[in-house]
Design a protein around this ligand. Structure first.
Ligand SMILES: *Cc1c(COP(=O)(O)O)cnc(C)c1O
Length: 399
């Protein structure tokens, strides 16, 4: 079948909750993917940073295949021989004390919300059902009802009420706003170190340090959602390291499996996760041996292949190349590591049409909001591949 036939099938039988570019992919390797018509593209989205290790990494593939032959799912009613080793490796790598494994990123966020509410009642002494969690405008934390309850994007919320109470919204990047919003019922501050879906919004220098101090002073749990920024994407293992802080709860997902399988986790360096007792939270697939084996291999690849350092080096080089593109309609080039964005002026006619033309030139990118294109290729990208990309990006974006 050709592309147009696959597209017809999707459109006829699938829910239309996405508006994908019309490219039907069938194969991937490293930074490259191929469509059913035989065209090759560079993947500059990496499944929203889930394939940091590159498409179909052979070592993760091998771990997946080997584990799939042995044991895939036990449920947590029984133990398995992959879970303990994953916990230990994750804790050692991220300097954490405890891990709670889930599947999707949204589930990790939900887990953190449950844990900090319980912590608020049992440890902090917040009166029953009064717990407040502070979040930021333009956040993206997932798509469940509770999570969209504190989204400020009307497309995410319109028509989906009634919503979960208990959230308070402040401006991102404004530490004073956090200080002012904290009450005795505040149990947590949930924030992305860099707002990814909002368009790679980087907070002012020192923001996370101030946030850390305010949370500590007020006995508020700091939850960093590193589902997109974590695991090497910004040139550090976790984006919190850019400001030398440690969150109380860290949420990871996406690249935790190198894109093979949905695996997420809540990492805790306080006793917050300790408030959860048997039966109070769980997931049939969370922590299954296949997921654990895949995650162990994905973490190993990240470290052994120096992908974090590569993201830092190549990211700087890529960003410098983007900044040289001469187009008065480019308002700003920004980013950290390999989480980069080009923002256009409102009169540029939207980022989508550039994405369409980049696709024709062999690069798959996705606009975020109307005016921003994110460039976030797999972290295995080489300097030669960046040069290849920059040549094409410059030619498309200059026009
Ligand atoms: C993608 C993402 C999520 C949600 O992850 P899913 O696996 O899609 O549920 C949450 N937070 C951030 C910052 C994300 O980028």
């Amino acid at each position: 079948m050709r592309s147009d036939q696959f597209i017809l099938l999707e459109d006829e039988y699938g829910a239309h909750n996405y508006k994908p570019l019309d490219v039907v992919l069938e194969r991937g390797q490293g930074v490259w993917v191929w469509d059913v018509d035989g065209n090759r593209y560079m993947d500059c989205l990496s499944a929203y940073s889930a394939v940091n290790q590159g498409h179909c990494h052979p070592k993760i593939m091998e771990a997946l295949a080997r584990q799939a032959e042995r044991l895939t799912l036990t449920s947590r009613a029984f133990r398995n021989d992959q879970l303990g080793p994953l916990y230990k490796e994750l804790c050692e790598l991220t300097n954490s004390h405890k891990v709670l494994p889930m599947n999707s990123g949204a589930e990790a966020v939900e887990t953190a919300i449950k844990a900090v509410r319980k912590w608020g009642y049992q440890v902090k002494g917040v009166p029953g059902d009064k717990a407040e969690i502070i979040v930021c405008r333009n956040n993206f934390h997932g798509r469940t009802i509770t999570i969209v309850s504190f989204s400020t994007d009307p497309v995410s919320t319109a028509g989906f009420g009634p919503f979960t109470p208990g959230f308070r919204i402040i401006e991102f990047g404004d530490a004073e706003a956090l200080e002012a919003a904290v009450t005795e019922n505040t149990v947590a501050f949930l924030v992305e170190p860099i707002q990814g879906e909002a368009g790679v919004i980087i907070p002012p220098d020192g923001y996370l340090k101030d946030v850390r101090r305010i949370c500590t002073e007020n006995n508020v749990v700091l939850i960093l959602d590193e589902i997109q920024t974590g695991l090497g994407r910004t040139g550090k293992l976790l984006a919190e390291q850019h400001e030398n802080i440690e969150a109380d709860l860290t949420l990871i997902g996406k690249a935790l499996s190198g894109g093979f399988y949905p695996v997420s986790a809540v990492l805790s360096n306080t006793e917050v996760l300790g408030v959860l007792k048997p039966g109070e939270h769980g997931s049939t697939f969370g922590g299954n041996p296949l997921a654990c084996a895949v995650a162990r291999a994905a973490l190993k690849v990240l470290v052994e292949e120096d992908l974090i350092e590569n993201a830092a080096d190549i990211g700087e080089y890529f960003k410098a190349g983007l900044a040289k593109i001469d187009n008065p309609k480019i308002r700003e080039v920004r980013g950290r590591g390999l989480l980069l964005a080009v923002e256009f002026t409102p009169d540029a006619g939207g980022a989508r049409r550039y994405c369409e033309r980049l696709k024709d030139a062999g690069l798959l990118c996705k606009e975020t909001h109307e005016t921003i294109i994110r460039f976030a290729p797999p972290l295995v990208i080489t300097r030669e591949e960046v040069n290849w990309a920059l040549e094409r990006i410059a030619s498309v974006l200059s026009g």
